[in-house]
Design a protein around this ligand. Sequence first.
Ligand code: G3H
Length: 492
Amino acid sequence: LTDQSTYLVNGELKPWNGKVTEVYSSIHSVNAKGEYAPTLLGSIPYMTEETALEALDAASNAYSKGQGVWPTMKVSDRVACMEKFVSQMKLKRGEVVKLLMWEVGKNLTDSEKEFDRTVDYIYDTIEDYKQLDRDSAKFEKNDGVYAHIRRGPLGVVLCLGPYNYPLNETFALLIPALIMGNTAVFKPAKYGVLLISPLLEAFRNSFPSGVVNIIYGRGREVATPIMQTGKVDVLALIGNSKSAIALQDQHPHKNRLRLVLGLEAKNPAIVLPDADLDLTIDECIAGALSFNGQRCTALKVLYVHEDIIEEFNERFARRVDQLKFGNPWDEGVKLTPLPEPGKPAYIKELIDDATANGASIINEKGGETTENYIFPAVLYPVNKQMRVYHEEQFGPVVPILSFKEIDEPLDDMAESNYGQQVSLFGKDIQTIAPLIDTLVNLVCRVNLNSSCQRGPDVYPFTGRKDSAVSTLSVYDALRSFSIRTFVASKDN
Ligand code: G3H
């Protein structure tokens, strides 16, 4: 059991003697009565407004309106703190990976990848930050005015990460925010909360007091009062727009609030008649169903040209049925228990709605349900009246539409509330080239003959419309969490 009996505020690991929330895994084990039931993993503090505001005060004091030790610290010293943190973090790989599997059901390979990718992300951020500093040492001269341009921090960041990448995406917000000189109050994701526990000492040992403060509890009880103080300068959140808007609305001076948000997406795949079907099916399987489809970058709707729809559906459905379900540490497992207890029922609702409105489940195992899982259902033909067409399913169900003219998927994308990425499958460059020019105006990343994804992390990760505000990537996040400032002079 991992009982988080301390909390990190103002550089201290304080004992928590209050109420706790038990944390369960959707991976079942045998309970005392001999029945299969969710596994108890440990507990976390049940915090309320008082402790949340204690954490906020610590972050505010450490920032001290830009005059604190951290925002005024020399670049090389801030780099040293971050290097110390990452070297201590690396020692916790085994514990964090194990918790990733138990808490969110991510398979072993992907859990290890998430940890290693995060470590790489931190090292790359450090290097980019040093480069930013070298660049800012140069003078510019325009119209007789010399300028020394640099980037400065923004203030106090409230950082809220998602359960599907509770380490990697949370740190993709927190690490660049910190290295730029901001201070933070950080609330780990609801699922994937315990895996931060092994890292608390590394945070405490590496950063000055109050720079990183970690809170637990329900958003409404801890994040809302923090926002209401008006002392948050940046809301950094990866999750859903409903929470982002609700929090933003609590801030008394909204125009002072910077937003760094990674939100929903409904990334389509467009499969042209000349697509290489072996490759397309491999990519669509991975794109739609890696980590059970619980990725903002997942392919959430497939548009397949009518000339090849029959063959595509038959082969795709067969391949989906071959995917292996099991516990995250089992060999070859691709589908794993879903961390959100209500998710199988929600996916079932989407399937029922689609089948009631004319779609069929075209794979044999589609929709088979256990308490903690629902087998991916491949639905065809899907239409715009169905919920699965509009809602971001974030789980194991794959809607397929066929199209005759390319304008059909393009018009749907233009009407969509989302605009993160698209995958385009086809061979003929004369067809593809003009399409790319249109697609890049609808989304932010066009993947040619490959599924949608965020990485490599040096490339911009963002979206249009309701999919994102600001850009995250090693390079862009440093800019999203800072502001350009400069010293101007008539002499150099
Ligand atoms: O949930 C959205 C993630 O950013 C997806 O990242 O494409 O690396 O799986 P990924």
